[in-house]
Write a protein that binds this ligand. Structure first.
Ligand code: F6R
Length: 600
């Protein structure tokens, strides 16, 4: 979703800003812009489309040591050059970039800006025009900025330039992520450390309702009421090579291939010196204190939560409910007496999930976040965190984070079960090792999945994924993967559910991708396949060794039945990848999607 960068120092800022924006491309955007400031004032360059389009219009001859930049994912107003950031006040004195959504922008417009001609349809422009209004009424810039911030309702991360002070970037944040990066003779601003890793790995986290005055030699953090805050920087533990594609044509393929490695890393990170799986004792106690667990997540993370429910209920014997975060606020179920909330979020920034977390904390409940991003908002605001250790996931379509989430949930269930004295009939470390090896076998079978994608999905308008039990949940994830990157309309169903309506959509040749990895339902799912074949469907059955029949399109290696989602999803990820390639889609940056969904 939207991204922010800023630089103030001794170097020309243009290239640093543009490179920073390129690092944020993966988050999803539809327009981009930069504003650079020198003694001659501020110059803005913005363009609909890709950073490459923006590069074409940036004037190479302008040299400026201070600048801000933005990638925009449209919320208020269509994607266009006019609506792209940075936005300027009418006199051109103030220039600003903003992430987030200003909920009361219409009210502010009516109350304060009746006589002001607005150029764009964005909520953002209101902010910059308000600052100018207050300055015109006699406030100095910082004062006008503070005054404006106190009026805003909603989420924001803001970087502001004042053409009359080219030695400062004014920064503020509420609910949207923003960091200040520290250098020897410069400082930077970024919504994601990845953007500015090119110049520094030292960052200071900003908290909600803080305002920061950034110059090239100093970073002054204050609350909105003017209280000074001192906060130590942290080192962003990102390896610049983690965020490069290397020899891969797409990040998605690289990240699919990284899954065996991630499995092994997770085993290692969660093992103690005796080789036993371990997690923070406080988390185990919180699990044991809970009479019911509520898993809250969105999209792929929600699908991982559905699998996690099986682990926690079957292994640790604690009842679990799984909820979509964007729905939870309106449909809060009757909570148990001692609930524990588990938030699953790759990015740790998903606004829908964060809104639930804020609510849950207000109600006084404990929360655990399972995330890939240390220091992310959901991690900071929860009581406990479990990390995925999957390395940065750049492709918009989540792959390695999904399997990492499932692996970490299995460890959480196992460690909790042991602490409750429950006997397990398998050794999870060994089983996850077997999973990692099986993942490798599947990643090596790319040609088979390319063939399947060509045979079943190259011309179809729609596709259905079916499965029973845990296979059904993996089918939901397979359908999401396929639709988001190939734009084929794909839906996942419980095997027995098609005949209750959806079977009406089956025509000659409709692809049905069926998962058959569970012995207890093998016959039933094959029965469901027969029902659709009788109506003309083209079945692609992915089964597990030991359960296969001659009609199957691919047989995955055998792993512990509970852990099958970790490997049965890989064929679905690869089939989706190749289907998208065959259809010439932008695999890593599918249309309309953002990697980190920071608006509700
Ligand atoms: C799909 C995908 C999304 C995310 C969802 C939640 O491939 O990536 O469905 O899973 O937006 O994001 P996180 O996990 O960052 O909270």
């Amino acid at each position: 979703m939207c991204g922010i960068v800023g630089y103030i120092g001794n170097l020309d800022s243009k290239e640093i800003l543009l490179k920073g924006l390129e690092k944020l491309e993966y988050r999803g955007y539809d327009s981009a812009g930069i504003a650079v400031m020198n003694d001659n004032g501020v110059q803005v360059f913005k363009e609909k489309g890709r950073i490459a389009d923006l590069r074409n219009i940036v004037d190479e001859d302008v040299v400026a040591n201070t600048g801000i930049g933005h990638t925009r994912w449209a919320t208020h107003g269509v994607p266009s050059t006019v609506n792209a950031h940075p936005h300027q006040s009418n006199s051109g004195r103030f220039t600003l970039v903003h992430n987030g959504v200003i909920e009361n922008y219409d009210i502010l417009k009516r109350e304060y800006l009746q006589g002001v001609a607005l150029k764009s349809d964005t909520d953002t422009e209101i902010i910059v025009q308000l600052i100018e209004l207050f300055v015109n009424e006699g406030s100095y810039t910082e004062e006008a900025f503070r005054k404006t911030l106190t009026l805003l309702k909603g989420s924001y991360a803001i970087a502001l330039l004042d053409a009359e002070n080219n030695e400062t970037i004014f920064v503020a944040k509420n609910k949207s992520p923003l960091l200040v990066g520290l250098g020897e003779t410069f400082n930077v601003v970024a919504s994601d450390a990845m953007a500015m890793l090119q110049v520094t790995d030292q960052y200071v986290e900003l908290m909600d309702k803080e305002i920061v005055i950034v110059t090239k030699d100093a970073v002054k953090i204050q609350t909105l009421n003017g209280e000074e805050i001192s906060r130590d920087p942290y080192t962003a533990e990102l390896d610049a090579s983690d965020i490069e594609k290397g020899t891969y044509p797409h990040y998605m393929l690289k990240e699919i291939d990284e899954q065996p490695l991630v499995m092994r890393k997770i085993i290692q990170k969660y093992q103690d010196d005796n080789g036993e799986l371990t997690i923070d004792q406080e988390i185990v106690e919180a699990m044991n204190d809970a009479d019911r667990i509520y898993i809250i997540a969105a999209g792929t993370s929600y699908h991982a939560g559905l699998v996690g429910k099986q682990f926690i209920e079957k292994i640790a014997k604690i009842p679990v409910e799984v909820h979509i975060s964007s729905e939870f606020g309106y449909n809060i179920p009757l909570l148990s007496e001692k609930p524990l909330f588990i938030f699953i979020s790759q990015s740790g920034e998903t606004a829908d999930s964060r809104a639930v977390l804020v609510n849950v904390k207000e109600m006084g409940h404990k929360a655990l976040t399972i995330t890939n991003v240390p220091g992310s908002t959901l991690s900071r605001e929860a009581d406990y965190t479990l990390l995925l250790h999957a390395g940065p996931e750049i492709a918009v379509a989540s792959t390695k984070a999904y399997t990492a989430q499932i692996a970490v949930l299995s460890i959480l269930a196992e460690v909790t079960a042991k602490s409750r004295g429950l006997e397990l009939n398998f050794n999870l470390v060994q089983e996850l090792g077997i999973v990692a090896n099986a993942m490798e076998v599947l990643c090596d079978a790319k040609e088979d999945f390319e063939d399947i994608a060509r045979k079943f999905l190259s011309t179809t308008r729609n596709a259905f994924f079916i499965g029973r039990g845990i296979d059904y949940y993996v089918g939901l994830e397979g359908a999401l993967k396929l639709k988001e990157i190939s734009y084929i309309q794909a839906e996942g169903f419980a095997g027995g559910e098609l005949k209750h309506g959806t079977i009406a959509l089956i025509e000659n040749g409709t692809p049905i991708i069926a998962l058959a990895t569970q012995e207890s339902v093998n016959l039933s799912i094959r029965g469901n396949v027969k029902e659709v074949v009788a109506r003309g469907a083209n079945p692609c059955i992915i089964s597990m060794k030991g359960l296969e029949t001659e009609e199957d399109s691919f047989i995955i290696p055998e792993v512990n039945e509970l852990l099958t989602p970790l490997i049965s999803v890989i064929p679905l990820q690869l089939i989706s990848y190749f289907a998208a390639l065959h259809r010439e889609c932008d695999v890593d940056k599918p249309r309309n999607l953002a990697k980190s969904v920071t608006v509700e």
